[in-house]
Design a binder for this molecule. Sequence first.
Ligand SMILES: Nc1ncnc2c1ncn2[C@@H]1O[C@H](COP(=O)(O)OP(=O)(O)OP(=O)(O)O)[C@@H](O)[C@H]1O
Ligand code: SF4
Ligand SMILES: [Mg+2]
Length: 329
Amino acid sequence: MARSIVDVEDLAVAFPGPDGGARLVVDGVSLAVAEGEAMGLVGESGCGKTLTALAAVRLLPHAARVLRGSVRLEGEDVLTASEARMCALRGGVVGFVFQEPSQALNPVRSVGSQVTEAAKLHLGVRGADAAALAGRLLAEVGLDEPERVAHAYPHQLSGGERQRVLLAAALAAGPRALIADEPTSALDTVSQQRLVELIRRLRESRGLTLLFVSHDLALVGRVAERITVLYAGETVETGDRDALFGDPRHPYTQALLQARLGGSDASGDFATVPGGVPRAGEWGQGCRFAPRCPHAWRRCTGARPALTPAGDGRTVRCFLASDEEERRG
Ligand SMILES: Nc1ncnc2c1ncn2[C@@H]1O[C@H](COP(=O)(O)OP(=O)(O)OP(=O)(O)O)[C@@H](O)[C@H]1O
Ligand code: SF4
Ligand SMILES: [Mg+2]
């Protein structure tokens, strides 16, 4: 079995609440990305995708606290590693494309100097070598006239060009894995498709392990062969793409797939799933999907289902699925 590159187990993250207590925003996320695999992390806005991705490289906002769970990168415990070790892992082993543009490109530095930042830090590349590397990276991500782009400032580029620059920067030190958080969400449909194609090509040519984060299930399906579905701060289903698309086991995944056929709006809210996502931390004691679930019964509001293996590398958090497994087993 391939070794795990990113391994998150039962993660719980909280922010300080208005009453001085802790407001849980992630509570029960599990996610495992094996070497060489492309994993898609999908779910509606606010379900915890970005915080999970940030926790994987220990870049959670300062106010956030990890209350429970484990996070491992290539088997190393991220929660207890030294800062020096984390610096080596970030960029060197795992490249990261952030969702938040303000964390991405510095407006007053040329693109070329920013693209090679990780190579300077991890590989000691300097001067003419750094300039040549910038040119190669910018060409590799499909930018015409890499020389021009290297000397440009971020505001002189289009949104699509900036996303390619961010990809080039994430790959500069030759990481084995790439985490890309909503890399296409600010782009028009044509630029989205092109960027997805580029990510697929880069994955193949560099042999990358990939964690691709998006609220768009159709897009995730084009990039990833395994998928983890989050709902209200927890993992509700994981499985191979084809199995999950062909036979979704969790009612939320079923609703997502129906919405995929019916479409979702730009915020990722799904018109065909009645009701809304509960506010973070206000989840009650039962199944968090119960208020929107067409199959909910009394048991679902009284207790929270566990994330349970459902055969063939799948896990599902639903009483219906776990009862069925029990009957089979
Ligand atoms: N810095 C913060 N302070 C307080 N709460 C936060 C902070 N960052 C995120 N949250 C809360 O944590 C929850 C999960 O946020 P997260 O950004 O991980 O969601 P997401 O799934 O990435 O959503 P989106 O699709 O909109 O990017 C949300 O309810 C959000 O409001
Ligand atoms: S546990 Fe119950 S409410 Fe929750 S998804 Fe399954 S059937 Fe629906
Ligand atoms: Mg996000």
